[in-house]
Design a protein around this ligand. Sequence first.
Ligand SMILES: Cc1cc2nc3c(=O)[nH]c(=O)nc-3n(C[C@H](O)[C@H](O)[C@H](O)COP(=O)(O)OP(=O)(O)OC[C@H]3O[C@@H](n4cnc5c(N)ncnc54)[C@H](O)[C@@H]3O)c2cc1C
Length: 497
Amino acid sequence: MEDKIRKVVIVGGGTAGWMSAAMLKRMLGTEIDIELVESDAIGIIGVGEATIPPIQLFNSVLGLDEAEFLRETKSSIKLAIKFENWGVEGESYYHTFGSPGRSQAFCHFHHFWTRAQQAGHKSNLWDYDLNYLCAEAGKFAKLQVNDPVWELQYAYHFDASLYGQYLRRYSEKLGVKRTEGLIEDANVDAESGYVTSVVLKGGAEVSGDFFIDCSGARGLLINQKLQTGYEDWSQWLHCDRAMAVPSERFDKTVPYTRSIAHSAGWQWQIPLQHRNGNGLVYSSHHYSDDDAAKILMPNLESEAIAEPKVFPFRVGRTKKQWNRNVVAVGLSSGFLEPLESTSIYLIQSAIVRLITLFPNAGVTDELTDEYNRQSQYEYELIRDFIILHYYLNERDDSDFWRDARNMNVPERITEKIDLFRASGTLTKDNLDIFLESSWLQVMLGQGVMPQDYHPLADTLSEEQLLDKLAKTRETKMQPMSQMPSHDEFLQMFGKAS
Ligand SMILES: Cc1cc2nc3c(=O)[nH]c(=O)nc-3n(C[C@H](O)[C@H](O)[C@H](O)COP(=O)(O)OP(=O)(O)OC[C@H]3O[C@@H](n4cnc5c(N)ncnc54)[C@H](O)[C@@H]3O)c2cc1C
């Protein structure tokens, strides 16, 4: 077939580039040749340490050994994000990867809990969530369970540079060709507008049938060459800079990310096996870089081991993430702040989507349009979940937070909040990676209390209701006594295989 794609060129070797190379070669390796071009002179962004559970599936499709992966990338386990000072200052809540209670077909567990609350039997909803119990106790084990009530959903904190190197070794072993070189330009076919090759410093050309732009925020092909255009979302997400700095590891490695709100932004703290990753995401309208350093550095809680680095960013997305024969993956496709650790997930999802829609007999408008439709929707869903955190803040210490609370947000968000407040009902949108339990935890954690509950919760007598709650808690607590600490787990499991 004349238009069959035989050669894919990946532009850039950061997390996006090597994840793309590894998965494409693994899946389509017999059909296509892959060449990845990157420049050591430019380097990679090198931050991006917290992930969400689907990363496990990505690694397992690649066939990576989990113990080896943990060792190679200095990973720790992530069960949750702890949000501190996001509602009222001094208060905190967890967004865990688990869910409270036991799932039921028509009526989520929180309806029973809400009924008990209304009858005056106060308890903490998170006490019925194993992820929360383990996060708080600093415990972790890979539980082999038949009953989903004991499922412990987890992701990783890892060193993104080490993950990239690990996947590079993996990809090269499978036959991906890596070319070192600084790309200075790209050639475009005058008739079709398709990219035909990239031109390196010194004049050498790397040609291909299809290009994946993983060149980072600059978007060498998608943006600079094809001028695809960018949709800006800064009217809802007011932060536009981050400052990142690594620090000494703590004695105890907690199995969660910390997200600590400050007067005009928020700080992350991510524990790895060998160090902590830290940073501050902030609005340049409210903080200078000096102000940011004055907030971040005294709050590290361990010694900095490098100078802080500043990363300016623009929240939003590239308008067509697939344009002609170029697909943008990673930072070239857009940027959402790392509040819910979604960028690496968006890389994974883009790669899976691309492989699912991979053209056989050449690029078609139908495939391109479908890819762009799904990507846009997915980006918007994640954007809305991030906006939710800002919109529901209850802080009164700066215009930054007051403005966020008073802004006009996409209707989808207010509809979900109103529905939950009125009836406790949660809905899920197709393609939304954040399930009902995620929306539940952030809404409850930031002060939205349901005024009603599902009628099924009334089918129990008060005594039965309290018994159900007590038994659920007991069941959730059961595995805890045999679990090792998170650090013990990392030591034991890291040595396995
Ligand atoms: C402050 C901050 C914190 C973050 N935290 C998280 C997090 O906790 N979790 C998460 O999931 N994500 C996070 N991210 C996002 C994450 O860092 C990125 O999604 C991820 O690293 C992917 O980057 P990339 O590969 O697209 O780009 P890059 O790492 O920038 O790689 C670009 C590649 O292109 C190459 N290149 C560029 N120009 C040229 C050229 N002219 N010639 C040749 N090669 C070229 C470079 O050499 C490099 O190899 C964070 C981002 C920031 C800014």
